[in-house]
Design a protein around this ligand. Structure first.
Ligand SMILES: [Zn+2]
Length: 173
């Protein structure tokens, strides 16, 4: 079986996403499925002969988030705060914080990955949902260089997870 690769950036970190519309439903009969690149966001169709997927609702999210734990600082005109990032993808992250982050508010973010030197700046992120002290953020805007650094981080996380999966599989055999 050939694994799908992103036609835009050649990344192998792609995941199947929900079929949208009649066209994609029809195509899936012929083993052509929609995928989304986890690094550049490209959505594409890929032919996998003989592969039948069952419908899984949790795959609706375009980007799969990886668990992490590093500090974050955020600010807008009214609120400045700090917290910890619990998971992240190219599309957004979940932050644990005591600060007031209202749904719909826009913040700029500094993700303090690994050490204080390597900070990734996000120019604009929107609060998607708030549950007690857990805040879901969607990344809206970043500089190209920051986007590339975020891609490197996410690629590393996905690579590590792939390794974990393989290890579990080997143990199970
Ligand atoms: Zn890509």
């Amino acid at each position: 079986m050939t694994n799908p690769v992103c036609p835009e950036c050649c990344s192998e970190y792609v995941r199947r996403v929900r079929r949208e519309g009649m066209g994609e439903r029809l195509l899936s009969i012929f083993y052509v499925y929609p995928f989304s690149c986890q690094l550049c966001g490209e959505r594409f169709s890929f032919f996998q002969r003989g592969v039948r997927y069952v419908r899984i609702d949790e795959e609706q999210r375009l980007y799969q988030r990886s668990p992490v734990n590093f500090p974050i600082a955020f600010a807008n005109d009214e609120v400045t705060g700090k917290g910890r990032v619990g998971d992240i993808s190219m599309g957004g992250c979940t932050v644990q914080t005591d600060a007031q982050m209202a749904k719909g508010a826009i913040f700029h973010l500094s993700l303090c990955i690994q050490d204080a030197v390597s900070t990734i700046k996000i120019d604009a992120a929107r609060v998607r949902n708030v549950q007690l002290d857990r805040v879901g953020l969607e990344f809206l805007k970043f500089q190209k260089s920051e986007r590339e650094r975020l891609q490197n981080l996410v690629r590393g996380l996905l690579f590590a997870r792939q390794g974990e999966k393989k290890a579990t599989f080997d143990e199970a055999r």
